[in-house]
Design a protein around this ligand. Structure first.
Ligand code: URA
Length: 218
């Protein structure tokens, strides 16, 4: 008999196939069109795999277009994100919005998510076992989205997705061209770091200009 894990795997493989064949929208019933990503959210939003589920107000799945070509990955929801159930909606999010507008994009045209889907109390760094338990959700989101490029906002997302040593510095990573399963992968400053060090705002915006130059030509 098929166990639940295998069933999940098969459903995901089927949804990924549907997205390839029919595009992002999968017709679920006559009233409502849900994307494969919407279905995945429904499947995981009540997660209780780690202790953060006990302290969260909202599971923060991610936000944006299911057809997004650019995926931004941050660290973990903060207080405002936890309150609203949306990623990057606090002060750091406002700076991210500004950088997106700088290159003619709105957050509704990209997809934004985090390594952790629940807020660590007091905004502490994610713990290794929290990352290990939550990370498969992000891998599946990437498999469903199939973005043209992935942008890590800060070092935690980059180290996690690229399996880099925990002492790899952001300065080193920003200069490299990486790939995640064949998808180009860039490392940008975390907008919260720019809020703490406004002197680097030009570099932050320059990274977005390069993103536009490389991936938004047409
Ligand atoms: N910082 C993050 O890394 N993610 C958010 O969603 C908000 C702030």
């Amino acid at each position: 008999m098929m166990n639940f894990k295998n069933l999940q795997k098969n459903v995901h493989a089927y949804l990924t196939y549907c997205k390839d064949v029919f595009g992002a929208e999968v017709l679920i019933n006559r009233e409502k069109k849900l994307t494969a990503l919407d279905l995945y959210r429904q499947e995981i939003e009540n997660c209780t795999k780690c202790s953060l589920s006990a302290t969260r107000k909202n599971f923060v799945f991610g936000d944006g277009s299911a057809n997004a070509e650019i995926l931004f990955v941050g660290e973990a929801p903060g207080a405002v994100e936890d309150e609203m159930g949306l990623p990057f909606v606090g002060l750091a999010g406002k700076l991210l919005d500004k950088a997106l507008h700088h290159i003619g994009l709105d957050r509704s045209e990209v997809f934004i998510t985090n390594i952790l889907k629940c807020r660590p109390p007091g905004n502490r760094d994610p713990l290794p076992d929290e990352i290990a338990l939550c990370e498969p959700y992000l891998h599946q989101q990437i498999a469903l989205l199939k973005p043209k490029v992935i942008i890590s906002l800060g070092r935690i997302a980059a180290r996690t997705l690229l399996c880099l040593p925990s002492d790899t510095s952001l300065t080193t990573m920003r200069k490299q061209h990486y790939e995640y399963c064949g998808i180009p992968f860039c490392v940008f400053f975390h907008p919260a770091a720019i809020l703490r060090n406004a002197g680097r705002e030009d570099e932050f915006f320059a990274d977005f200009e390069q993103l536009k130059e490389k991936y938004l030509k047409n």
